[in-house]
Design a binder for this molecule. Structure first.
Ligand code: ADP
Length: 447
């Protein structure tokens, strides 16, 4: 087992990884930017190294500074968390070349899955149901031809895409021209590669993803699904498991298909396969080869510590259990709490004057915040995750309502009032929502 792990991230996920290491008797090294010198992950880690100025391009994305920090402190592994370098295959390869373990899949698996066109091909060959789509599109004429073959509406996507960027929808030949040009330009600006392709645009799907764990010896389990359909700008806001839209047969079927596909692909570490789900059918969208923000809801219903499993797998341990050993208990929901104006979503960095996190049975708060902490303006606006579990969905909702009521964050605005409003809507309570529900709700609310 590793003796010292360097955590190449910040915020709540850095803390989350630190906690898993601590419980495994592993020492931790925090890296931080100048703006994060007093951050909680820095205060709790055994050692800390400043890796650069506040802007993430000069610190948390600075590969050589991070690898130098690992070499200087003698860390034998690096955990990338999520965001930043977590899906950067070049970084994983650099880490491997320096004789340090990368806590995640092999760099070649990341490369395969990081490109959406290749990932779709790999997924299809492994037996996963895939959205009808095109190969790489080279011209507007070709885009029109494919759109007519697939049938409108279609969505043009960047093969290097992420974070909901570089996607444009078209309903007819006229709209394709603009969608194709815009998607390519946006892809070029965000990901340097302007390679785009096309998928059938599903009009009212849910976003359902399956968590997997796979060791280096061919043992693979799935940990059930997460329904992440409550989204704004293609970003998840609330996630829950199990999905209110699946019955036991659908859940078992997709779980088995995924488990077999991952075995065939030979993937190792934790990973998530994202699907759209419409009219009882699943369509593979992409695989995330990293820890996900919403992993705690799966932990709540399975009792499995996913970060601990990532570390064990990277150190060469076997899973030590099979699918039959995995049991699913009760229901869990996560609310992502952002330092944002709850109506305009404008970021609200600043000083937290008072902080009181809710507690009690079935309540978990993952956050880096403490009273008097100043949220720097340079990074993502998510400041806390509230994860609530209960025996039934209804018990979970009642508990979530109570926990949100108890939460005190003063000194700046947060999205807590938005969550309170969302979970009291009849459609949410009934589980009747798809990926467009939140945006329609916000439109109605804001007139
Ligand atoms: P990213 O890598 O940028 O997160 P994804 O491929 O995961 O992009 O898609 C993000 C979101 O965009 C999905 O959760 C869904 O809301 C929407 N989306 C993507 N592909 C389609 C599609 N074929 N039909 C309908 N919606 C889609």
């Amino acid at each position: 087992m590793f003796e010292k792990v360097l955590i190449a991230n910040r915020g709540e996920v850095a803390l989350r990884i630190h906690r898993a290491c601590r419980e495994m008797g592993i020492k931790t090294v925090a890296v931080h930017s100048e703006a994060d010198a007093t951050a909680m992950h820095v205060r709790l880690a055994d050692e800390a190294v400043c890796i650069g100025p506040s802007r993430s391009s000069e610190s948390y994305l600075n590969k050589s500074a991070i690898i130098s920090a690992a070499l200087i402190t003698g860390a034998d592994a690096i955990h990338p968390g999520f965001g930043f370098l977590s899906e950067d295959a070049d970084f994983a390869e650099m880490v491997e070349e320096h004789g340090i373990a990368f806590i995640g899949p092999k760099s070649e698996q990341m490369r395969l899955m990081g490109d959406k066109i290749t990932a779709r091909k790999v997924a299809e060959e492994a037996g996963l149901p895939v959205t009808p789509g095109s190969p790489q599109l080279e011209s507007i004429e070709q885009a029109i031809e494919w759109a007519n073959r697939i049938g409108y509406p279609v969505i043009i996507k960047a093969t290097a895409g992420g974070g909901g960027k570089g996607m444009k929808i078209a309903f007819n030949d006229e709209e394709i021209k603009e969608a194709y040009t815009l998607a390519r330009a946006e892809a070029k600006a965000s990901f340097t590669s302007d390679v785009v392709y096309m998928e059938k645009y599903l009009q009212n799907p849910r976003h359902i993803e399956i968590q997997v764990l796979a060791d280096s010896y061919g043992n693979v389990v799935h940990l059930g699904e997460r329904d992440c359909s409550i989204q704004r700008n293609n970003q998840k806001v609330i996630e829950e498991t199990p999905s209110p839209a699946l019955n036991l047969q659908q859940r078992t079927e997709i779980g088995n298909i995924v488990q077999q596909a991952i075995t065939k692909i030979g993937y190792t570490s934790a990973g998530t396969l994202e699907f759209l789900f419409e009219d009882g059918r699943f369509y593979f969208m992409e695989m995330n080869t990293r820890l996900q923000v919403e992993h705690p809801i799966t932990e709540a219903v399975t009792g499995i510590d996913i970060v601990r499993e990532q570390i064990r797998i990277a150190s060469g341990a076997t899973l030590g259990y099979t699918q039959d050993d995995i049991t699913f208990n009760g229901h869990a929901i996560e609310c992502r709490i952002n330092a944002e104006n709850p109506v305009t979503f404008a970021p609200c960095p600043g000083k937290i004057t008072e902080w009181h996190a809710p507690g009690g049975l079935g309540v978990r708060v993952d956050s880096e915040i403490y009273s008097g902490y100043s949220i720097p303006p340079y990074y993502d606006s998510m400041i806390a995750k509230l994860i609530v579990s209960g025996k039934t969905r209804n018990a979970c909702l009642m508990r979530l309502r109570r926990a949100l009521e108890e939460f005190v964050i003063d000194g700046l605005q947060t999205t807590i009032p938005l969550h309170q409003s969302l979970i009291s809507q009849a459609e949410f309570i009934d589980g009747q929502y798809n990926i467009h529900w939140l945006e329609k709700f916000l439109e109605k609310q804001n007139g």
